[in-house]
Design a protein around this ligand. Structure first.
Ligand code: VG1
Ligand code: CO
Length: 544
């Protein structure tokens, strides 16, 4: 075996963000950049000698090269076996599923999720632990510390592995198994949902759906599930072949970037149901005919209807949502008499709650929903959940939401993003807000009265770990909220996110345009934070 010990020097910027290390492809292509980070992972995670590692990615540009490097480094570092996705492809939820199923010590997922790909786009690396979930903060912090000291890495000198056929081969002493995770994933979905009933719905001819995989990783899984297994006609899945540059688009399932799907669902003779997923398959957008379901409402509807789905028929232990996600799910939880947890942004904060069986279902406003079936958010799982509910209820998506709002009230919701702004200015904006926190309570802003204002801090109820500075909240006496935070996934400058929420119990006022309903709050949010002054921008770059 020809193991080489390569000397290197640290890069100062390998701090993982909300979801792994994300940088421009050109940054990752610098000599030693990827290798340093991977070695920092191996140096940090404890004893894995002879054990199994799962490896795959969303198929974006540089995926294949990175996989070859990581395989050779895994072999040199003493990993026993790597299960790698065929063609280098494995969605984030499928990776989580496979880690758990085969008792792997962890997994490496190559993805920058919803960020654009291609030579000019972004690349990323996430490390997941043996529970199948994103490494918790203490692990990512340790990896970062290690990356600042690293002086060598180990790599095997060997020819590349063929990733395109299902096979088992040796790389030094390590076994490389090329697997098709589509089967493992399908089996898990079948254990949760009423496939017979969904099949009846999709093959009846009375119900049409369109699934947009946005040229990203869910294509193979979606073709398999909907068109082969569940009887939907061919052509139900669009943009279903993963491309290295995602066809030039943002693989981000929202009303802005999933425009092809939006055009179909809001056009003439629209199908009954539409869905899209992101680059690595963990996000989802749910649409009805000419109807958009906000991710926060999706979480609330899933929670309210969970017992209709076989895998959840005994009820939920609890529900968890990220702090900026609307409080719609809280109202359902209160009605069901189950706990509702509010965590910082990022799926890693749900891991302990799921492991301890405190929460069964989790969600984020950023088009992420999932449950204790794995430890990642799961786009296709959410789509199947919705189909299962619709198959049982025999109602339209819009009807379901109308009835939901009628019972629980409507949480109007919107997120305004100001992308790629100057980092220093963004920090000044937050610092300015921070100084206002103590002065806001009791103040009247427009027609709203401030009930509380704080910088969100979270104490994990399972291990007691504390995460501070997770976003500034201004809460009003009527339940409305404004939240400000900076993105931890962007790669250019800073991205300011402003989250707006109002609560409307009056059923005669539940059918407004969200931007219209939220107009006063939007004005207040902009004024309090002096958004125009600090960002030099007239309006947000993306509104979801
Ligand atoms: C964003 C979302 C967050 C999500 C994260 C990773 O983070 O807001 O809810 O968990 O992306 O999702 P940020 O820090 O940019 O706001 V994914 O699908 O990109 O792994
Ligand atoms: Co994602």
């Amino acid at each position: 075996m020809n193991i080489r010990n390569i000397s290197t020097s640290p890069f100062p910027d390998q701090k993982p963000g909300t979801s792994g290390l994300r940088k421009a492809v050109t940054v990752f292509q610098q000599p030693h950049y990827l290798e340093n980070f991977i070695q920092s992972i191996f140096d940090t995670i404890g004893d894995f000698q002879g054990q199994t590692l799962i490896l795959g990615g969303d198929g974006r540009y540089y995926n294949r090269q990175a996989i070859q490097i990581i395989l050779k480094m895994a072999a040199a570092n003493g990993v026993g076996r790597v299960k790698v996705g065929i063609g280098g492809i494995m969605s984030t939820p499928a990776t989580s599923c496979v880690i758990r199923k085969y008792n792997a010590f962890g997994g490496i997922i190559l993805s920058a999720s919803h960020n654009p790909g291609g030579p000019e786009g972004d690349f990323g690396v996430k490390y997941n632990t043996s529970n199948g979930g994103p490494a918790p903060e203490k692990v990512t912090a340790a990896i970062f510390e290690r990356s600042k000291l690293i002086d060598h890495y180990k790599i095997l000198e060997a020819p590349d592995v063929n990733l395109d056929t299902l096979s088992e081969s040796k790389l030094g002493d390590m076994v490389v198994e090329v697997i098709d995770s589509v089967q493992d994933y399908e089996k898990l979905m079948e254990s949760l949902f009423d496939f017979e009933r969904i099949r009846e719905l999709l093959s009846s001819g009375n119900f049409r759906m369109c699934m947009d995989s946005l040229h990203a990783v869910t294509g193979p899984y979606a073709h398999n599930l909907f068109e082969q297994r569940l009887g939907a006609p061919r052509g139900t899945v669009i943009n279903g072949t993963p491309l290295e540059d995602f066809g030039g688009g943002h693989p981000d399932p929202n009303l802005v970037y999933a425009h092809e799907l939006v055009k179909i669902l809001f056009g003439e003779a629209a199908p009954d149901f539409g869905a899209a997923s992101d680059g690595d398959g963990d996000r989802n957008m749910i649409l009805g005919r000419k109807f958009f379901v906000t991710p926060s409402d999706s979480l609330a509807v899933i929670t309210a209807n969970a017992t209709l789905v076989p895998g959840y028929q005994d009820g939920l232990a609890g529900v968890a949502r990220s702090m900026p996600t609307s409080q719609a799910a809280d109202r359902v939880a209160a009605d069901l008499g189950i706990d509702c947890y509010e965590t910082p942004t990022g799926w890693k904060f749900f891991g302990n709650l799921l492991d301890a069986n405190k929460a069964t279902v989790c969600g984020e406003e950023s088009f992420g929903t999932g449950s204790n079936h794995i430890r990642e958010k799961d786009g296709l799982w959410a789509v199947l959940f919705w189909l299962n509910i619709l198959a049982v209820k025999q109602k339209s998506v819009e009807q379901l939401l109308q009835e939901h709002w009628y019972k629980y009230g409507r949480n109007y919701y919107s997120r305004h993003d100001y992308e790629a702004i100057d980092s220093e200015r963004a920090n000044q904006l937050l610092a300015n807000l921070y100084t206002q926190i103590p002065t806001l309570k009791g103040k009247k802003l427009g027609n709203y009265e401030v009930e509380y204002s704080d910088d969100f801090s979270y104490t994990d109820p399972v291990d007691g770990s504390i995460s501070e500075n997770q976003g500034i909240r201004i809460g009003f006496t009527d339940g409305s909220r404004i939240v400000y935070r900076l993105s931890g996934t962007g790669t250019q400058g800073a991205t300011l996110r402003i989250y707006l929420e109002s609560y409307e119990p009056d059923t005669s006022k539940q059918n407004l345009e969200p931007q219209q309903n939220l107009a006063d709050l939007i004005t207040i949010a902009n004024e309090v934070a002096q958004v125009r002054t600090f960002t030099n921008m007239e309006k947000p770059t993306v509104i979801t």
